[in-house]
Design a binder for this molecule. Structure first.
Ligand SMILES: *[C@@H]1O[C@H](CO)[C@@H](O)[C@H](O)[C@H]1NC(C)=O
Ligand SMILES: *[C@@H]1O[C@H](CO)[C@@H](O)[C@H](O)[C@H]1NC(C)=O
Ligand SMILES: *[C@@H]1O[C@H](CO)[C@@H](O)[C@H](O)[C@H]1NC(C)=O
Length: 338
């Protein structure tokens, strides 16, 4: 039995994305990192590796692999807390161990700080390639077990068995922090976690309630059109889709709705000031602008591309990920795919 005290802290939308790639089709490249608070900050961070089981849930499978992490122990005091920034679907680097909220808490409370790399990302490669067979070990249950094993191992190794563990995460890794609590409820002291799109709605509503209303009107109409007789053709026209959406395919439906919805999620998650206004303000100003037509037309305005049609075919989306090489474009540079 693993005994952890995990105090949970979920950060969902504070760090905007590095090159503003957006997360359409989950081609997300990582959280933008805080600036180091001092010169030579890299000297405080060391890189480490921990041997992890490939399959935490099959004791007959003894295969293992090396998971990478980064550590900053300059503030550590006796029995200080352990703060862990959970890595998500990106490569880890030093930033969160050199500045930002976790770092400030760490410096104040004499903490040991870590940034763990998620299996299958960055240099943490558990298998020789990414064939379907080998990708069966890429799932959140295994990743959470990696985290639990990491905490247990480090507590012993550093003689910090009594320390409180606080986990941090943004985006998918923010969910991981919350799921760690669900999965190990006896180990966790506190959690505050709202459903993702509730936070998105609240954030838009803070800027303008009208924005939330018009977004809702537009989405209600999309749903109506999906079941109306000539609705799918109309959707193709309004949203400049490459094909008439196949409403009989749950995957295509899900992918279409995700495509329409995630611009709001991404705008909230990576909100920052651009050209003198926040991205939320820019988006909501479009969603409430009467001169752009009905709420549905405004939604089309913010979602559709002018120069090329919007491909909402799920199989085309999946095609990009069929190359099983660690050198495949999907692994190496996900932004090229968009
Ligand atoms: C793993 O198990 C196999 C047989 O099941 C055995 O041959 C091998 O030596 C084991 N490897 C390790 C590292 O224990
Ligand atoms: C909203 O409209 C402005 C001006 O028309 C445009 O520059 C901006 O890109 C739009 N924003 C979004 C998120 O669609
Ligand atoms: C997969 O990607 C690698 C690296 O770009 C490339 O060399 C290889 O030909 C690709 N394989 C297939 C089957 O497309």
């Amino acid at each position: 039995m693993i005994v952890l005290n995990v105090l949970l802290l979920v950060l969902c939308s504070i760090y905007p994305l590095v090159d503003g790639v957006g997360f359409r089709g989950f081609t997300f490249q990582g959280l933008e990192e805080p600036e180091p608070l001092k010169k030579d900050a890299d000297k405080d961070v060391i890189e480490g590796w921990i041997i992890q089981p490939l399959d935490h849930f099959n004791y007959r499978d003894n295969r293992s692999w090396s998971m990478r992490y980064r550590e900053n122990s300059v503030f550590l005091k006796k029995n200080g807390p352990i703060l862990i920034m959970i890595g998500g679907e990106w490569e880890i680097s030093n930033g969160f161990l050199q500045g930002g909220l976790m770092y400030e808490i760490g410096s104040k409370y004499g903490a040991l700080m870590y940034y763990t790399e998620h299996r299958y990302y960055g240099k943490s490669k558990p298998t020789k390639d990414i064939s379907t067979e080998n990708l069966q070990y890429l799932n959140v249950d295994q990743a959470l077990a990696d985290l639990a094993y990491f905490i247990e191992t480090k507590k012993k190794e550093k003689n910090l068995e009594k320390s409180t563990v606080i986990v941090f995460g943004g985006s998918y890794a923010g969910n991981m922090a919350a799921w760690a609590r669900l999965k190990y409820p006896h180990l966790i002291q506190k959690a505050h976690f709202l459903e993702y799109y509730e936070v998105v709605t609240k954030s838009l509503g803070k800027y303008s309630e009208k924005c939330v209303e018009d977004v809702k009107i537009a989405f209600d109409l999309v749903e109506e059109l999906l079941t109306a007789q000539d609705g799918p053709d109309k959707l193709k026209l309004y949203f400049n889709l490459c094909n008439v959406p196949n409403v009989k395919s749950p995957s295509d439906l899900g992918y279409l709705m995700n495509t329409l919805a995630e611009i709001f999620a991404a705008t909230v998650q990576y909100d920052n000031v651009e050209n003198g206004q926040t991205k939320i303000a820019a988006l909501c100003n479009n969603m409430t602008a009467a001169h752009l037509g009905s709420p549905l037309q405004r939604l089309a305005h913010v979602v559709s591309k002018q120069d090329k049609c919007l491909d909402v075919n799920y199989n085309n989306f999946v095609k990009k990920y069929r190359n099983i090489s660690w050198d495949s474009p999907a692994v190496q540079d996900m932004s090229e795919l968009d």
